[in-house]
Write a protein that binds this ligand. Sequence first.
Ligand code: FES
Length: 56
Amino acid sequence: MIVCVCNNVSDRKIRQAADEGMTTLADLRKHLDVGTCCGKCHSCAKQVLRECRETK
Ligand code: FES
């Protein structure tokens, strides 16, 4: 599923980034450009990060 349409970032990419140690939206923004355009994906991106934390 695409989380950030503006920058074409999927939930899979976010999960991968979380596995590599990115834990915050700021990290995702810096490394994957998530949420740097319209910002509509913020809550969804945070949700994916939360799920990653919970399944660890
Ligand atoms: Fe992520 Fe627009 S959908 S910045």
